[in-house]
Design a protein around this ligand. Structure first.
Ligand code: MOS
Length: 706
């Protein structure tokens, strides 16, 4: 007989550094990813994607391909089973790419037109690449640019928001900044490509997939195949990166479709190239920012107009103009997000959707304003700290952005900075430093959890969480340990099985906060039951929670995380090369559960900000409508040699309304990072770069024009 009541823990686990609980499994290869799980009788599907940007499929010439070695089937719009797209999930109606092979229309290059299934992956690939598809081609438009004549205001109460008389306040301002910024199409590029293996097992559709929310994806599959939600099981135990790209994607639908038709397990794995059109991306943005201020820097007018693109068959809006709505106040305040439909794939959520490009424009514009006012950029931001939500008037749950600037400035050595641009030289390098603020909303969503006291004295937590590489599984282990007052070694956290029930997906930086809330609630209930229990039966004692009611009771407040980004750069104006020499990010982002993995989250976001500032850019060929080089040879991103010493740390900032004090840390690391680097490039060279990435040719052109 083991103890029924958890013993008081010697130390609190939350706040102490723990290596990943699945770390050994990952480094030894024992952890299986969705493309690796072995099944008897497994068949392999390979997607054939459209090569034209707009038109109709005239024929899919599958006869010759069906004769090729190992080929089992070719699914296309002429023979594929019908699926349902007439539903609305938590994020609205589905992207039509989730209803593949249903008609002959082609909306962009890279649209799935067939699935070739064969005995081996190699046979499927060879056959899919040999498959001839004929098209009736129509003219296309893939060119995004500022002020596109077809840009429109999307429906919804928050696409445009304003207060005050903007033009009057701009006219009355002593100092005005009016500038246009742009960011290019950017891709998530998780290390693990999307993959799914689907089979029918005991009358249920079971899919092992790489995704951000197994229950979410299971529900969507149930809609698509008109199945009872209980008839679909999704497993996603290990995920090698996601960043918003791993919701429900077409490879999974096609795997399930083929498994249904063929009555055997089918795996569909994406290639890196295919991911560029099948798994979403961040829309390019064109942004105009107008700031008007008194001579002392106090904002009278703030205008942020964002423009992005979407596909012709689905609307997704990159809401870059939302960034300033809670961050900065002004007597007149106007923000709007417009979108234009082009013959391109639908963009989607990507790490800090809206805030990442929006903060580049706004935090650059503030740096320009500081320069014009003759003010230190931190002083300018200090003068514009709002007491309450600029548009809502609601109080902030906590707002520690100035604490981030204060501590960041101290560690970075900001006080000694000479504000003049273009005056520091070290050999062929011009040196500069820059800063920017960061903010990201604090969200939470209802989730359920089950916590079981096992007869052997351990505890099992079951929750449909996802660990997309963040360390969430480990963080939840620490949270559960404290909630049960036992050592983390006695906790086993099981995640990413849709049978564990409803839980929010890993997105919006709200996973760990939402799941922890559910675990804490179930653990409290379990402890009450254990106090009354007379021993633990062999099946254990289980308590379940549902946080819908508790979260529904939360009062309305402005809830945000904040940060201050600092960067030092060196610019070689003869080659145009920009090197980031160091970065520092200070964050106020709630209680930090696991400092080890949290630091990785912040640093990872900052590395991406560096990558966004200097490297990343997907280029479309206007003639074909497809990408120029949809691969890692052409799509550049920061590699090890580009990344300097990066320091990330945080100030004490527990959320007052969260049971653990968590706010969420997945996205804020990227916010403001690109602006801090662009501002440092200005400080180094005296030239503003308003268009990302700051490529060598752009630096050279700017130097020539200066
Ligand atoms: Mo994320 S872009 O919230 O998956």
């Amino acid at each position: 007989m083991t103890t029924t009541t958890p013993a008081a823990a010697v130390t609190k686990a939350v706040g102490t550094a723990h290596t990943r609980v699945e770390g050994v499994a990952k480094v030894t290869g024992a952890a299986r990813y969705a493309g690796e799980v072995p099944y008897p009788e497994l068949a392999h599907g390979w997607m054939a994607l459209s090569t034209v940007a707009r038109g109709r499929i005239r024929s899919v010439q599958d006869a010759r391909v069906l004769e090729m070695p190992g080929v089992v089937a070719v699914l296309h719009h002429g023979n594929a089973p019908r699926v349902d797209g007439n539903y609305a999930g938590p994020f609205g109606p589905p992207d039509p790419i989730l209803q593949p092979l249903q008609h002959d229309r082609v909306p962009y290059v890279g649209w799935p037109v067939a699935l070739v299934v064969a005995e081996t992956s190699e046979q499927a690939r060879e056959a899919a690449e040999a498959l001839v598809v004929e098209y009736d081609v129509e003219p296309h438009d893939v060119e995004f640019h500022a002020g596109h004549p077809d840009a429109y205001l999307p429906e919804g109460p928050t696409t445009e928001m304003s207060k005050g008389d903007l033009e009057a306040e701009l006219a009355a301002s002593a100092v005005v900044v009016d500038a246009e910024y742009s960011t290019p199409e950017e891709h998530h590029s998780p290390m693990e490509p999307h993959a799914a293996t689907a089979r029918w097992e005991d009358g249920r559709l079971e899919v092992v997939d790489s995704n951000q929310g197994s229950r979410f994806v299971a529900d969507e599959l149930a809609h698509i195949f008109s199945l009872d939600p209980g008839s679909v099981r999704l497993l996603s135990e290990h995920v090698g990166g996601a960043f918003g790209a791993k919701g429900t994607r077409p490879h999974l639908v096609l795997a399930a479709m083929a498994a249904t038709v063929l009555h055997r397990p089918v795996r569909v794995v994406t290639t890196r190239r295919q991911m560029f059109s099948l798994t979403g991306y961040r829309s390019p943005t064109a942004q105009r920012v107008r700031l008007g201020a008194d001579a002392d820097g106090r904002l009278r007018a703030l205008d942020h107009q964002g423009e992005c693109l979407t596909s012709t068959n689905h609307e997704f809006v990159e809401r870059s103009a939302d960034y300033g709505r809670s961050m900065y106040d002004a007597d007149a305040h106007h923000t709007v997000n417009r979108v234009v439909r082009l013959d391109v794939p639908t963009p989607t959520y990507m790490r800090a959707p809206g805030e990442a490009p929006g903060s580049f424009a706004m935090e650059s514009a503030l740096d320009e304003l500081a320069e014009k006012c003759g003010l230190d950029p931190i002083v300018l931001r200090t003068r514009n700290e709002p007491d309450a939500g600029p548009l809502s008037g609601l109080p902030f749950s906590s707002r520690n952005v100035l604490a981030c600037f204060e501590e960041g400035a101290r560690r970075f050595g900001w006080a000694d900075r000479d504000p003049r641009p273009g005056v520091r030289r070290e050999g062929r390098w011009l040196l500069g430093t820059g800063t920017a603020a960061a903010t990201f909303p604090v969200l939470v969503a209802p989730s359920t959890a089950a916590v079981t006291a096992e007869a052997d004295g351990t505890f099992t937590v079951r929750i449909t969480a996802a660990d997309v590489g963040t360390g969430a599984r480990t963080a939840l282990t620490l949270v559960a340990a404290d909630a049960l007052e036992v050592a983390p070694e006695r906790i086993r956290v099981r995640i990413a099985d849709s049978d564990f029930g409803q839980a929010i997906l890993a997105g919006g930086s709200m996973g760990t906060r939402s799941w922890s809330w559910a675990i804490v609630a179930a653990a409290a209930d379990l402890r009450e039951r254990l106090a009354l229990a007379d021993g633990i039966p062999p099946e254990g004692i289980t308590a379940r929670s549902n946080t819908a009611e508790a979260i529904g009771r939360l009062t309305s407040k402005e809830r945000y995380s904040f940060g201050a980004q600092f960067a030092e750069v060196a610019v070689d104006v003869t080659t145009g090369e920009v090197r980031v020499r160091r970065m520092l990010g200070m964050f106020a982002a709630g209680r930090i559960v696991n400092p080890l993995t949290a630091r990785s989250q912040f640093v990872g976001g900052m590395v991406w900000g560096l990558s966004m500032a200097l490297h990343e850019e997907a280029v479309r060929d206007r003639a074909t409508g497809g990408h120029v080089g949809a691969d890692f040879a052409s799509y550049h991103f920061a590699a090890n040699a580009d990344v300097p010493v990066i320091e990330a740390d945080w100030v004490d900032d527990p959320d007052p309304d969260d049971p653990v004090g968590i706010k969420g840390i997945g996205e804020i690391g990227i916010v403001g990072a690109a602006a801090a680097i662009a501002n440092a490039v200005w400080h180094a060279t005296g030239v503003r770069h308003r268009h990302l990435p700051i490529r060598p040719d752009r630096v050279l052109m700017a130097g020539r024009d200066a």
